[in-house]
Design a binder for this molecule. Structure first.
Ligand code: PLP
Length: 833
């Protein structure tokens, strides 16, 4: 590609006949990917090309000029084109949006950083759930009108394409993507030259360029280091997503975090809120702290601003899923960047002799969440040591349950039914539950026919993929046909061992009986990639494949290659049952089940992740207990038993003998899943619970030359310095009807602290379950820094009862602290009867 221009974009524009020039902007905006009509437009131009690449830029580049002239004379095409362009323009310039209506005063951007984004099959910079969630988040931020900027990395080889050989072994193929064929544009500086960021790594400067991707109204910027200014080794930093080599991985995270912030600065963007999606981009906060310090603020002042304006989402309860690097390795690569600030900055991420990216993120943010209610509980326990003596229930990690971008994941057939029977309101007001009751109006026959059509489309894909594979491997066998009227179970996800893909294969005799009843045949389709270094995961895949080739399972169990967004879209709507059997609580949320549920595909799942909230007794089934206790390996046996029994007694009989009940359950599934597990609900929740507060903090902290930051930092320093001396010296309980407590504040004022009575029924190891918390106010001043607090009331009347527990607690308080345990300081004193 030429060094200095937007050459491809201009070249395409020049190539297009004048009336069709609008196509170029449409091609460079992924808005088309969730707009059926726009997708049809591309498909119309060259169906085969479209099916192969799903890439409008490549399509326009490759399309012969004759074909363009032909289209110009084609009324059908021109009508479609006008409609699409009209819709596109209206989308891009709305009169109002959810954001502009609800938050009219804000315009500073929310910056979102993530290692991967699943926007579309044609932008292969995602590996699985995390990326797809990020992609859905960006699309929804666009729909809702948020001032939002996303930053990620561009990987030359993307994630791998999976091939499965004749023995069932995964082969990873790394196609090389050409940026100039992708719907991305280089970011230019004011002189119209390619913008180059300078990022200090080790003793040198590494250069990075950036590309811009339009996702509706949102810009997604992707960085990469493959520029001639770099030495060879640095040019390959972004070759692969999730490079297993530690060196590359640290450098990628430096590039994303520090490079990402530098890109924004180079473009003149000052973020008001930064959302770290997973720990990978947490170095961004080091860069922000360093900049504030260069601007003259102290470390504590800088950290206060960064903390007050950062949102952090953690995504995994699997300990190995959190990046940890030896401190020395990080220091060496950040040497030039840290310059004398090593100790304070490194301390923020330190966990013994490692830098833990999750800890770094938590310690530099105030708004932390897990991705489902259960995952928040698990995360609180995982990181409780950061808040010693704070009750688990009050640890400031919230649950904001994931969702899916409805317009991306709804099947075309279902979309048409929703439009007809609900009206188009569901597209914009997706998360409003009442709207979805109208699903009941869909006649059973029509719903079933739409579902069958979705199954046919998926089975075509399955067949096409099998034919391709046979051709590649030189296999001559005919591809067995799948009866679209039969019960089809789908299982597709990453082949990580905790997801237990082989659970269903525990007892092959029993499985054989379930699948091979001639009156009630059952098929299973497996799909998913194992991480290239995950040998155990690959072995699971091989085993599934091996079983699928056994004579009794041939034509009944299928393994589909290269599960990606393209195949997922057809699969989540084109089976009857979506199976999910992870070892609890490893599935932090899971989103594929939401995609399935939205399309009327019934979930059969372990009670884990989102399903704890999603299951309502009539929209699918639970494998094993409705419990949230963690499972161990020994539980596999029981779960397998439960799964077989469920299939034998409930799923198969309902499907074959009670179709009416099945369709009722499909409707229940759509109604309950579509609104609540949409990213419309999720992004609004992030906005209302986190972003809005972080935005207010930003205004307060930075106004009048950072007065807020200086005030709160001074307060923190003062409180932290005195805290060691603060003590609840004595408590006098009067007749179980009141008390007096003498508290030594060591120079602090009563406004600097909160003293609370904390009482309730004592539940063994978990402490008090639902405590009564009563604040004691207006103390009397005694001598020598002592204060006398009074309480009169009912809370003490059970004192002495061994089931009742009562304590006094004291912790620092400032009304501008984002949450009360931000400093992690608290002291307790138990009351005796
Ligand atoms: C939705 C999706 C995922 C994530 O699904 P989980 O249920 O979280 O495992 C992974 N890969 C693809 C291609 C998807 O579409």
């Amino acid at each position: 590609m030429a060094e200095t221009d937007t050459g491809v974009y201009d070249a395409i524009k020049m190539k297009l006949p004048h009336p069709l020039r609008g196509l170029v902007d449409l091609a460079y905006n992924y808005w088309w990917s969730w707009n059926r009509r726009a997708t049809k437009l591309w498909e119309y131009m060259d169906p085969e090309h479209w099916r192969e690449y799903k890439n409008p830029v490549k399509l326009l580049l490759d399309l012969p000029e004759d074909r363009l002239l032909e289209l110009l004379r084609d009324d059908n095409f021109m009508n479609l084109y006008e409609l699409v362009m009209d819709q596109f323009e209206r989308y891009m310039k709305p009169e109002s949006t959810w954001f502009s209506t609800n938050y009219p005063k804000w315009d500073k951007p929310i910056v979102y950083l993530c290692m991967e984004y699943g926007i579309s099959r044609s932008l292969p910079i995602y590996s699985g759930g995390l990326g797809i969630l990020a992609g859905d988040h960006v699309k929804t931020a666009s729909d809702l009108g948020l001032p939002f900027i996303a930053v990620g990395l561009l990987y030359k080889h993307g994630y791998f394409r999976q091939e499965i050989d004749a023995e069932g072994r995964q082969r990873e193929v790394f196609p090389e993507y050409r940026p100039e064929e992708m719907p991305i544009k280089p970011v230019l500086n004011r002189e119209g030259k390619k913008l180059l960021m300078e990022i200090p790594i080790e003793g040198r400067i590494v250069y990075a360029r950036a590309f811009e991707v339009n996702v509706g109204r949102i810009k997604l910027y992707l960085l990469d280091t493959d520029v001639p200014e770099n030495q060879d080794d640095d040019r390959t930093i972004c070759d692969h997503l999730y490079n297993a080599e530690m060196d590359k991985r640290i450098k990628q995270e430096i590039l994303l975090g520090i490079g990402g912030m530098r890109l924004l600065r180079a473009m003149g963007v000052e973020p008001s809120v930064v959302h770290l999606n997973e720990g990978h981009p947490a170095f961004a906060n080091l860069q922000r702290i360093v900049w504030y310090m260069e601007g003259g603020l102290t470390f504590t002042e800088a950290l206060s601003i960064v903390r007050g304006t950062t949102v952090f989402t953690t995504h995994t309860p699997v300990p190995a899923g959190h990046d940890r690097f030896p401190v020395g390795e990080v220091k060496r690569r950040l040497a030039r960047f840290l310059e004398g600030q090593d100790e304070k900055l490194m301390e923020l991420g330190r966990e013994k002799d490692q830098i833990n990216m999750t800890l770094l993120a938590i310690r530099t943010s105030s708004y932390v969440n897990g991705v489902s209610r259960l995952h928040a509980e698990v995360s609180k326990r995982m990181w409780k040591d950061l808040w010693p003596d704070v009750p688990i229930s009050e640890i400031p990690i919230e649950g904001i349950t994931n969702g899916v971008h409805t317009m991306t994941w709804v099947h075309n057939e279902m979309r048409k039914l929703f439009d007809r029977y609900i009206g188009k309101v569901w597209r914009e007001h997706t998360n409003i539950e009442g709207i979805w009751y109208a699903v009941e109006r869909i006649p059973d026959g029509e719903l079933w026919e739409a579902h069958l059509e979705a199954k046919r489309r998926f089975l075509e894909l399955l067949r096409r993929k099998a034919i391709e594979r046979n051709k590649r491997l030189g296999i001559e066998d005919p591809i067995p046909a799948v009866d679209e009227n039969a019960l089809i179970i789908g299982f597709a996800r990453r082949f990580a061992t905790y997801k237990r893909a082989t659970l269903l294969l525990t007892n092959l005799e029993r499985l054989k009986k379930i699948l091979n009843d001639p009156d009630r045949p059952v098929y299973i389709v497996f799909g998913g990639k194992a991480h290239p270094r995950d040998e155990a995961g690959k072995e699971f895949l091989r085993r599934v494949y091996e079983v699928s080739q056994m004579p009794e399972f041939r034509g009944k169990i299928f393994v589909m290659e290269n599960y990606d967004m393209g195949s997922a879209r057809l699969m989540v709507a084109g089976v009857d049952v979506w199976l999910n059997n992870p070892r609890r609580p490893m599935e932090a949320s899971g989103t594929s089940g939401m995609k399935a549920g939205l399309n009327g595909v019934l979930n059969v799942s372990i009670y884990d992740g989102w399903w704890v909230e999603g299951y309502n007794g009539k929209n699918g089934w639970v494998i094993g207990d409705e419990s949230t206790e963690p499972e161990i390996e020994a539980d596999d046996v029981n779960d397998a038993e439960s799964l077989y029994t469920l299939l034998e007694r409930e799923v198969v009989p309902t499907y074959y003998d009670n179709r009416e009940r099945w369709i009722y359950m499909m409707k229940e599934s759509i109604k309950s899943v579509a609104p609540r597990f949409s990213t419309h609900r999720m992004v609004k929740e992030y906005m209302d619970k986190f972003y809005s507060k972080a935005m207010s903090n930003h205004i307060w902290l930075t106004r009048e030359n950072y007065r807020g930051a200086k005030d709160i930092a001074a307060w923190k320093d003062r409180v932290t310095a005195s805290w060691g001396g603060v003590v609840i010296e004595s408590v006098d309980v009067e007749d179980r009807s009141g008390l007096e407590a003498t508290v030594y504040l060591d120079g602090l004022n009563p406004e600097d602290v909160k003293l609370e009575l904390y009482c309730g029924v004592y539940k063994g190891g978990y402490g008090i379950e639902t405590p009564h918390v009563i604040e004691l106010r207006h103390p009397e001043k005694l001598e020598n820094g002592r204060w006398l607090y009074h309480y009169r009331g009912n809370a003490l009347k059970h004192l002495g009862d061994p089931c009742w527990s009562c304590s006094l607690r004291i912790y620092p308080h400032h009304e501008k602290l984002p949450h009360r345990f931000l400093l992690g300081l608290i002291k307790w004193r138990d009351l005796k009867g």
